[in-house]
Write a new protein. Sequence first.
Length: 454
Amino acid sequence: MLDLTRKEVLERKALRINPCKICQPVGAMYCALGVERCMPHSHGSQGCCSYHRTVLSRHFKEPAIAASSSFTEGTSVFGGRSNINTAVKNIFDIYNPDIIAVHTTCLSETIGDDLGSYILDMDIPDGKLVVHCNTPSYVGSHINGFFNMMMGFMNYLTKKSGTCNGKTAIFPGWVNPGDLREIKRLCAMMGVDIICFPDQSGVMDAPMTGKYEMYPNGGTSVAQIRALGDCAGVLGLGEITNVEPVQLLEKKWKVPGKLLKAPIGVRFTDEFLMELQHVSKQEVPSSLETERGQLVDLLLDSHAYTFQKKVALFGDPDTVEGLTSLCLEMGLTPKYVITGTPKEDFARNVNALFERYHAEGCVVKANADLFDLHQWIKNEPVDLLLGTTYGKQIAKAEDIPFVRAGFPVLDRYGHTLQPIVGYRGAIRMVEKITDALMTRLERDSSDEDFEIVL
Ligand code: SF4
C-alpha cells in the first residue's frame, strides 16, 4: 500500500501526510469518559462526533457515549446557541447524566460560539452540571484536547474549603484502563491516598454483565474533582500532557505540584515510586522490589537479542518518551523517535535520554508525521517498529517486525486491559518486543541455524 513512498526527503511546511495524531475533541471526549456519570458533548456537526466516538470505540472495544449539537448549514451562519440549549435539555431529559462536558469542534470555533456565556444563560436542572472547554482542532492534537478538558472540569468545579484533605491528586495522562489500574495499585501498595483524575477504568473496560449500562461503575466523581483544590499535592504523570493542568491547580488553589515522567520502564517507574515514598514516608514493599528484580533479570536474559537493534518509535509524546527510555534500558537503539503533537519539549526530553545512554545517530522530531518516518526508514532501515496501528502499512511495505502500543490500536484485542506502566507493564513490553525480534530471527534463519532452544 505504501510501496511507492519516495526515498528523497523534501522539506514540507504546510502539508501533513499520515499525521501521527488525531484532532483535539477525541482527547476531550476520552477525558470526559473518565468522569462518573458524565455525557461528553460535541458542539459541532454529527460527522465530527461520529468519527471521534468511532475511533475511541474501535480502540477500547467498548461503546464511547457522546452527544452532538448536530450543526446544520443554518447553524454555521447563525451560531449554535439554540442547538446547545436544545441538546442540553434533551440529554438531561432522555439520558439523565449527572454532568455534561461540552467541547468545541473546528466549525463552532471558526464561527466563534461563546460557550461560556451560553452555559451561563442555560436552564440547567437542579443538581445537574454543564462544563465546557475549547478544542480547536486546527492546532495541537488529541493530547491538547485531553488536557484542555481536564482544565475545563477544574475551572468549573474545583474548590478550596480551607481544610486540606490529605490526599494526593494523580493526573495519569492519556493511558489505557489497564495502566490506570496499575497506577492505582502502585499508589495503594505505597500507602498513598489518591484522587485519580480522570479515571476511565471501569468505564472503558467495563465487564460483560449481560445488561447495558450507559454509565458503567467508574470514573472520577464530581465530588472528587471538587476536592482537588483541597489536596496536599498533585503528581502529573507525563510532563507534556500534564504541565498545564498541574499549573492550573497550583495557581488557582496553591496545591503544590510535581511533574514526573510517565512511569514506563525501570528508571521512570523508580522515580514514580520514590515520589510516592516521599509522600507516604513508607518503605517500598518487598513485593514491588521483587517485581523490579524480575524485570531487571528479564532485561539481562533477553539482552543478547535486543542489544543494538534499531527501533523506530511513534505516538503520543509522554508514552513515546517512556517507551524510548525502556528501549534504551533494553539496549535497543531508538533510531527514530517522533510524535505528531507539536510540543518541542518532547524533542528536548528525548535528546536528554539519547545523551544519558550515549545513543549516537538517533533522530527525534515533534510535530512530525508518518510519511517523515517512512522516508527515513527507507534511507536507513530499522529492525523494529513500535507504535500505534497507523504504522502497520509501513511495517508491511518495509517488512519490519511491528509491536503495537499507545493510542490508537484499532486492530488488536485485549491491549487496553493490560498495562505498559510500572514494572509489570515493562515486563509485558519487554516480552512483546523480544518476541517480535526473535520471531524475525527465526523466520530469517537457515535450516541449520533454526534451533529449538534460543
Ligand atoms: S472537522 Fe475538526 S473537529 Fe471535526 S473531525 Fe475534522 S478535525 Fe476533528
